[in-house]
Design a protein around this ligand. Structure first.
Ligand code: GDP
Length: 434
């Protein structure tokens, strides 16, 4: 069966580790949105590997990885990632397919990203400045350059010349020359050629042959361009619909949806976060969870688990099951809060509101649960978790209505509890057997 694995909060939930854990059961891992602003961290033994554009499945030699049309590709960043993996002993070789319809990030997109953030001043989004947003803007503006365009020299020349001239008009101080850029893109096209394919067709044939596919999301539900905390969002659909539009697959091909959820909340950049903790409590989670961006190194904002957020993610994505990560980071806390709703004036809000002003003026309503003193770090069997930790997991299941099938208790592959007796979907059985 094909499954989607995606973030149910603000990203950085630990999707990299969960995808890496499940990958042995799949033939193909496919990315459907975002760009090299994503940073999935996987620890293989003691080696830390950060994947930005390539799906985490690339670390398994039997797996083919697909990059869909919904992803924006910076060829330079992609080649650098492939070379870095090569140095670590992972050969990408022919295990990669890239959609001919994927849009490209060109160097001027990075400049535009920096410029647009500088112009927003106080209202900046907090982007990673990698040109992702401007590349998506060009896509929607119907002036983007796609992977397949690199094969048509004459058309490419016109497109690049016109785009660069438009940029030079927009950025007064810019005197960018289109010619070297054109040559560079042609060279990139040659290098990309062996991997370029009709990804939609490839996935349909893979699935029809009974070879299971894992659809890997980047960022998280609350960063989705449509369903997130707009405008403090990413430029793509990180929720379940992105699987279909970003890969050209039918919804019928998605057999199950696993949401990755951190045992508390974090967010990078600006925008509302109702349960954010300031001062020592926030620092405790940040230091304990090493909550610093894997791409930018920026400290993440930290706070308590927000059940309103996860309930919303469960509805939008149709979550069948949850992988709960970083439970160990809560070890040693005397008590733990879980937000079950917000107080907005005289009202109690239990569904995620669209209006950021409502969020800004809302106060979280907390249920306080007892913490645990016995460490959960590295625990591999559910029954070995302290009673209070089990109670915490059960409370989250009740508050969100979604069963927790995986509990992660550390960054390593082995620091994982697979709940054999959980209400998880049938596809999970295969994973539970070593
Ligand atoms: P992603 O973008 O969703 O893949 O998340 P990141 O890679 O940005 O952040 C997850 C970080 O948490 C990585 O450094 C992981 O190694 C680490 N991690 C994942 N699961 C756990 C866990 O259960 N416990 C601890 N302590 N760290 C974890």
């Amino acid at each position: 069966m094909n499954i989607a694995v995606l973030g149910a909060q603000w990203g950085d939930e630990g999707k990299g580790k969960v995808v890496d854990l499940l990958t042995p059961q799949f033939a193909v891992v496919a990315r459907y949105q975002g760009g090299h602003n994503a940073g999935h961290t996987v620890y293989v033994d003691e080696t830390k590997i950060i994947l930005r554009l390539l799906p985490s499945g690339i670390l398994h030699s039997h797996v083919t990885c697909a990059i869909g049309n919904g992803v924006v590709i910076d060829p330079q960043a992609l080649f650098a990632e492939i070379e870095e993996l090569g140095r670590l002993g992972y050969d990408v070789g022919s295990r990669l397919v890239i959609s001919e319809k994927a849009h490209l990030i060109l160097p001027y997109h990075r400049e535009l990203d920096l410029l647009s953030e500088a112009r927003r001043g106080e209202r900046k989004i907090g982007t990673t400045s990698r040109g992702i947003g401007p590349a998506y803007e060009d896509k929607i503006g119907r002036r983007g350059i796609r992977v397949c365009d690199l094969a048509d020299r004459t058309a490419l020349e016109v497109e690049i010349r016109e785009n660069v001239q438009a940029r030079n008009r927009l950025i007064k101080e810019s005197t960018l020359d289109w010619r070297p850029l054109f040559d560079q893109m042609l060279a990139y096209g040659e290098r990309l050629k062996p991997w370029v394919a009709d990804v939609s067709l490839f996935l349909a044939r893979t699935s029809a042959a009974g070879r299971p596919i894992l659809f890997e999301g980047a960022q998280g539900t609350l960063l989705d361009i449509d369903h997130g905390t707009y405008p403090f969002v990413t430029s793509s659909n990180s929720t379940i619909g992105g699987v279909c539009t970003g890969l050209g697959v039918s919804p019928k091909m998605i057999g199950g949806v696993l949401g990755v959820v951190k045992a508390y909340s974090t967010r990078v950049g600006e925008g509302p976060m109702p349960t954010e903790l300031h001062g020592a409590s926030g620092d405790r989670l940040r230091d304990g969870g090493k909550e610093f961006g894997s791409v930018t190194g920026r400290p993440r904002r930290c706070g308590w688990y927000d059940a309103v957020v996860v309930r919303y993610a469960a509805r939008i994505n149709g979550l069948d099951s949850v992988a709960l990560t970083k439970l160990d980071v809560l070890d040693g806390l005397e008590s733990i809060n879980v937000c079950t709703g917000y107080r907005f004036g005289k009202d109690v809000v239990t569904e995620w509101p669209a209006d950021l002003n409502v969020l800004a003026k809302s106060e979280p309503i907390y249920e306080t649960l007892p913490g645990w003193s016995t460490p959960t770090s590295g625990v591999r069997r559910y029954e070995d978790l302290p009673r209070e930790a089990q109670r915490y997991v059960a409370f989250l299941e009740e508050a969100t209505g979604v069963p927790v099938s995986i509990v992660s208790t550390g960054s390593g592959r082995r620091d994982t509890i697979i709940r054999e007796k959980s209400a998880a979907a049938a596809w999970f059985d295969a994973v539970t057997r070593p």
